[in-house]
Design a protein. Sequence first.
Length: 80
Amino acid sequence: MAGESLGRRAPRRRVDRMRELERRVGRLEAELAWLRRAVEADGEDAGAVAVGPCPGCGRGVLVRRRDELRCSTCGYVTFL
Ligand SMILES: [Zn+2]
């Protein structure tokens, strides 16, 4: 019937769309996990401020405490 050509094209588009959505969900999950670590790192110490991702491991949160930047995950430390 007329639905055959439609039936052959629609699933491919749907698969592409699904893959795109899966990639986006994966990115958002990683971002959310990082933000959650940032909030936790921030809450550990009233004088600490999360400043960004760690250059050492790329996963941890760099926390500033006075003149020191320390990673919450890998132990990377640098002094300002
Ligand atoms: Zn790190």
